[in-house]
Design a protein around this ligand. Structure first.
Ligand SMILES: *Cc1c(COP(=O)(O)O)cnc(C)c1O
Length: 373
């Protein structure tokens, strides 16, 4: 009996993708081995944080890097550093008033459940632009929304962002004119690997990635890369230092695990990874299209905007809906999770599947029989 079985938690076949609530991603044996090594010794955590940050910065062609415990925490810390820089103080000297008098500019289409970190910081939020195509947001509107209170622009980069926000280029241009930092949540924007440096090279000041998604680091890890002056503020006053960031604890195992995972990510054959996804999609389409009830095809890119194909299955029998099929899949042993693509279609994402699992899912789908009434 495995440790999950002991707790009565079924292992799932994940055809949804790198979703944190289903465990994000799986670590490689190299990463696990490095974490085991890390766990077996005492070290100076301040030194480890500093050295790992410097090494990761070097690997990712960035001025500086900081390992935290998840992308959401990374956004909190990034904005915290921006507020400190704006108030001209070290993080530990910030007062309630400093936060209240600091504004973060955010586009309405970039609002998401993750940005509650702004409320937690206690900063004022200035919303701009509409989250649809009704009215563009010209530079003058951005200029008008920026004042001496503005501490940063928070920019969300994701495949599921609604329309309405100015482009990143325009935003960077405006931020530069006003000498404002941009803190970007790009949690799931890997692959491509080059995103680890592309956004910062383009002029974004801090970029945050989740360590537990495609990077395949520990689930409770996150990465902040970018401007050294901002990261130095974190090294001075975020975990393991006492102060505003102290409760966002990242252990030696996570720091080493993420460092190890990043090293491996940089040498990963991404072409081969994408080819594997293409092969899985092709095979799944061939298998499923032998069934009169399914029309399966390649869909690209995926929900997070990653350059990886998915299988889109349209249900041809209009009496069968996606909900019923997803329920059927979730009752298989082991349970399969997949995403709906509408009332009569669903997706299979190869990113978190082996070819064997994809074939097994297709077999289950081929065996599906609608309940006879
Ligand atoms: C997944 C995700 C997060 C949260 O990442 P964690 O590492 O789980 O904290 C934040 N923002 C976006 C856009 C995400 O996709």
């Amino acid at each position: 009996m495995g440790i999950y079985e002991e707790l009565g938690v079924p292992r799932i076949i994940n055809a949804m993708g790198t979703y944190t609530i289903y465990g994000g991603s799986k670590m490689s044996s190299q990463t696990l081995q490095d974490m085991e090594d890390a766990a077996s010794s005492f070290i100076d955590l301040n030194l480890l944080q500093k050295q790992a940050g410097e090494a990761i910065a070097g690997l990712t062609h960035n001025e500086a890097a900081y390992v935290c415990n998840g992308a959401a925490a990374g956004v909190y810390l990034g904005l915290l550093a921006a507020v400190a820089a704006h108030r001209g103080k070290k993080i530990r000297y910030l007062t309630r008033q400093d936060f209240q008098e600091s504004e973060i500019l955010v586009f309405r289409s970039h609002r998401s459940p993750y940005d509650i970190v702004m409320e937690q910081l206690g900063v004022s939020i200035t919303e701009l632009a509409y989250s649809n195509h009704s009215l563009p947001c010209p530079k003058e509107d951005m200029d008008a929304a920026i004042s001496h209170r503005t501490a940063a622009i928070y920019y969300l980069e994701s495949g599921w962002v609604a329309p309405g926000a100015p482009s990143l280029t325009e935003t960077i241009d405006t931020a530069k004119r006003h000498r404002l930092p941009i803190i970007m949540d790009a949690a799931a924007m890997l692959p491509p690997t080059a995103n680890l440096w592309n956004y910062t090279k383009a002029g974004v000041d801090l970029v945050v990635f989740s360590g537990g998604k495609d990077l395949k680091g520990p689930q409770a890890s996150g990465l902040i890369v970018g401007r050294k002056t901002l990261i130095d503020l974190l090294l001075e006053s975020a975990f393991p230092k006492h102060g505003y960031g102290r409760f966002l604890k990242v252990g030696k195992e996570e720091i080493i695990g993420l460092y190890s995972a990043i090293k491996q990510y940089l040498t990963l054959d991404q072409e081969a990874q994408i080819q594997n996804a293409e092969d899985q999609v092709k095979l799944a389409c061939q298998m499923l299209n032998t069934h009169p009830g399914y029309h399966a095809l390649r869909s690209y890119p995926n929900e997070a905007g990653q350059p990886i194909p998915r299988v889109l299955i349209n249900l041809l029998d209009q009496t069968t809906d996606a909900k019923t099929i997803l329920q059927y899949l979730s009752h298989c042993t082991p349970p399969i999770i997949a995403s709906p693509a509408g009332h009569h279609s669903l997706y299979l994402n190869p990113m978190t599947l082996t070819q064997k699992e994809m074939v097994w899912i297709c077999k289950q789908l081929l065996q599906y029989r609608p309940p006879t009434t």
